[in-house]
Design a protein around this ligand. Sequence first.
Ligand code: SF4
Ligand code: MG
Length: 284
Amino acid sequence: MATMKDFRNNVKPNWCPGCGDFAVQAAIQRAAANVGLEPEQLAIVSGIGCSGRISGYINAYGLHGIHGRALPIAQGLKMANRELTVIASGGDGDGFAIGMGHTVHAIRRNIDITYIVMDNQIYGLTKGQNSPRSAQGFINAKYSPQGSIEPALSPLEMALAAGATFVAQSFSSNLKQLTAVIEAALKHNGFSFVNIFSPCVTFNKVNTYEWFKENIVDLDEIPDYDPTNRAAAMAKIMETNGMLTGLIYQNKEKVSYENLVPNFPKEALCKQPLEISEEDFQKL
Ligand code: SF4
Ligand code: MG
């Protein structure tokens, strides 16, 4: 049986020291091992951004796609090979700006994949512009010196309103919870939406680790919370201004898309190994 180490490869991440994405990488590796996956049973498709590099840092099938398009690729992959566990991942800019159309429709479509968003509330790769997650009034010396005029998107409200069957949120500093929610997401039969507060230590000097620690409301400390109650989940998200972490909502009754397609084969559509010569591979 694979352990967390089997999901490691030799590629050294070039994230800045302290970047929240390191914890997300570790949590995915640990969760994949905990749910009993082997590296060849997992595929990670990522978008563009610092977080998009994650598909290259985990020993599994990986595809670093184009900006905002991780979800269409990941959904296609799952439909072509239902035997694979598929994770789509990216940042808040990738998923909630250019990729937002895909995000909403992937949520309501409910194909059995997991979508992990590394939410640092800015665009990190391109040096700190405001993202759809930057708060109204967010002061950024270069891009919004007088404070951002636009209000921030609420990803949890968006996901619930779009019909999500699994909604969770966590924080890079809480590896235990982060691993647990990714594990639950991988086990969920349907589309799992996981938003992770993953601080950018280089360009976001407002939403720091300390800021998150002060503002997060942890569901693990609210024992009577019922994640099957959609209306209560929406109320709690609004009451906490979206700062809730833990498993927020899960509907285990809804059947995933691929199981609703009449006569859709249960096995992979293509099982032939890709036959390619070393010479042709080098030309790719
Ligand atoms: Fe992480 Fe920010 Fe550095 Fe990008 S710029 S690697 S998001 S800390
Ligand atoms: Mg970002």
